[in-house]
Design a protein around this ligand. Sequence first.
Ligand SMILES: Cc1cc2nc3c(=O)[nH]c(=O)nc-3n(C[C@H](O)[C@H](O)[C@H](O)COP(=O)(O)OP(=O)(O)OC[C@H]3O[C@@H](n4cnc5c(N)ncnc54)[C@H](O)[C@@H]3O)c2cc1C
Length: 559
Amino acid sequence: MVYEHDVLVVGAGLSGLRTAIELSDEYDVAVLTKVHPLRSHSVAAQGGINASLGEDDSWEAHAFDTVKGADYLADQDAVEVLTKNATSAVIENEHWGTAFSRKGDGSLAQRPFGGAMFPRTCYAADRTGHNLLHTTFEQALRKAVKIYSEWFVTSLVADKDGIFGLTAFSLATGQVDGFCSSAVVLATGGFGRVFGKSTNAIINTGDGCALALNSGVPLKDMEFVQFHPTTLFGSNILMTEGARGEGGHLKNSEGKRFMEDYAPDQMELAPRDIVARAIRTEIREGRGVENEYVHLDVRHLGETKIKERLPGIREICIHFAGLDPIEEPIPVQPGQHYSMGGIDCDKEGTTKLPGLFAVGETSCMSVHGANRLGGNSLLETLVFGHVVGKRVGEYLENQRRRSNKEVEEAVFDIRQNLQSLVMREEGELMSSVRMEMNAVMDEKAGVFRNEEDLQQALAEIRDLGQRFDRAALGQTDERFNYALIRALELKNMLDIAEVIVLGAIHRKESRGAHWREDYPERNDTDYLKHTLVTKEDDELKVSYSPVTLGQFEVKERSY
Ligand SMILES: Cc1cc2nc3c(=O)[nH]c(=O)nc-3n(C[C@H](O)[C@H](O)[C@H](O)COP(=O)(O)OP(=O)(O)OC[C@H]3O[C@@H](n4cnc5c(N)ncnc54)[C@H](O)[C@@H]3O)c2cc1C
């Protein structure tokens, strides 16, 4: 079977739905998603979304904080789009129905977040993503956007002149089908699950990045992986930056607020890369609690404020750590959290492949550079959902649908591939390959990196790739074959892990979230540029592209 639409959006998180809404008045737009839209990772966002609403605040101040936070690797023209459109994006969602928290006078409340000069983060308690996604989903339903839920996209179909469509399989039937369209927008979210210790949903496996890479589109700045300073020890569930924004303290085993040694001005509200390294350093130097974690202490905020502003955090602590943060400090350690890198595209989402666009966490425009500020990612999904939707609309005005034949042929090939994967009954289990990949990435490509570890990681990831080709699926069911989905995701993650490590090996400097112990300085002379990794004839090639500078001069970064 072949389905036809003007445009296909892959992903039903905030960025995919916002893009689809933009297109829905004029075009036949369909969204494909591997889980129900409301289970997209956007739903888990806690702390908030940035907009310069304050009287003394301005889009320029927001842009400056973003560029400095990014360690000057962000493209300043893209940051301008992000910050200039922040207020309208937040107000639009508010008018659609998001129940933002408010001040006594009824105006939107804003909390301080890391690396920001003003309290700029709008929030709905500590469940901001939940509110935004439900509201945006309602709008997509109102606009009658067609949604293919629990369809897993397996390949893009394209030649050098552009997109024909894609192939996907339905979890419910196990059937592979073709989808023809003049444009495809990848809105598939992050790739956090390449790492073991991660705040990301289990579905954040970077499928869109792998689809782009395998269609000849470069991935950009993939070595810049954000490690969130405060994830719950044991499960690595996120403890929002909002907890520090509300006044929470970080303390080592001696009870000291150690951030005074690392960022004396901003303390706990320094950007995430700096706080994550500070925590890891405290633990390495023997001042961690039980040598494993530090304490996030919110007890002094008092019961009323904790219940009102951080109810989700309190519930998570009670259910997953058996402690009440009103009475006890929270054990935290850094964990993978966000993918600054992604599919190489311009500030309207256009990629090198005609008809292929990218938006949201899977894209790299680049507005976050080497380190994202909290609250800027939810903002990116809404602002660029709108911008990319508009751009795709313009693109479609001049397009005629190309032939369906290529998609039909691709369906045939994918069916064969999946069939042979499902039939592989002998061999080691995929899950052991996945666990080893997670361990390699946690240990050798984490907060602190060096040449020896990274070279070992590269060799081990390549070896795991070969083991994947021989591993067994262990489940032959046609319908609801979750093992098949996990295997396809693992294949994608192995591709991505290799790209991350390769980028990290080549970038012999420390900038933002990428910290090389053997090159601890930022080196603007050689590395103020974006890394591009492209797959050509099954080989990964590294090249570079310039950073777009602008009104903010490149300076040393201190807090
Ligand atoms: C725990 C947590 C808390 C966060 N808190 C904040 C915060 O407070 N503020 C902030 O600014 N940012 C926050 N972030 C980051 C932010 O939430 C994300 O970057 C953003 O929501 C990503 O949105 P997205 O639309 O790009 O992708 P997602 O919401 O991740 O959606 C991805 C979509 O792609 C689909 N998909 C993926 N692969 C396939 C495939 N092969 N086939 C079909 N469909 C596919 C999925 O089904 C899903 O619908 C947080 C992130 C986490 C993990």
